[in-house]
Design a protein around this ligand. Sequence first.
Ligand SMILES: [Mg+2]
Length: 263
Amino acid sequence: MPGPADEPTASQADPVEGVLFDIDDTLVDLEQAMGHVLQAIPDPALSHLGDDDWVRYKALYTTDPQRHYDRFLAGELTFEEQRVHRVRHARAGFTPEPFLGRVAEAWVRDYEQLLPQHFRAYDDVVPLLDALEARGIPYGAVSNNVHDYQRAKLDRAGLQRIGVLVGIDTVGVAKPDPAIYREGARLIGAAPSRTLYVGDNRLVDAVGARDAGLIGVWLDRTGAGRDRGVDSGTGAATGAEGVPEVPCIAGLAAVLQFLPSVR
Ligand SMILES: [Mg+2]
């Protein structure tokens, strides 16, 4: 007989029908891939860097404090241009050598050639997708990059099975515009209010999806509360007063806790 401990939980009352994922640094370890490649590209102007310098150099590039990627999303820079601006900024902290002309062209060529070789899915991705399939829960990806580039990235990372992929060119908007999350829900055939959206950026992924009517979940793999959307924009600490609360998980296995129990 059901007792007080068996009160329906939110997930039982309103079961999750589908799961959507961010791609970069959620399914695919892009930060690791970038780090490998930044250090692998031959660059005599950086030959004096020590280990700590490389850590800071990579962080300058990956965290993109000048928000060049946002300028790409706004249509102000091409994808390649945002890369060049980011590496130029990172480089400027370590060398007076200019990053222009043939030096920049060669760097871009090397970067584009090397980066895809390092696209890897996190270890917890495949087990979760297996579990979703076992439960008959459809899934897909919604990303703030163009479809074809992200399709190739998923395939390269061994995630061909993710058939639904919404990019910024799919709907003509980027996260946190509600339309892009909702298109993902539509394509997997789930009601937005019963669709999880899981991503590593607290604001753009979890809060944005929640504001679009989905169930936004913040994946904080490092537990460091790292969130570019909060930190670099306003300087406010993650979870500061006025920043809306969203569910937070430390790994993808925890997605299962949001799903109806298997009977
Ligand atoms: Mg991400």
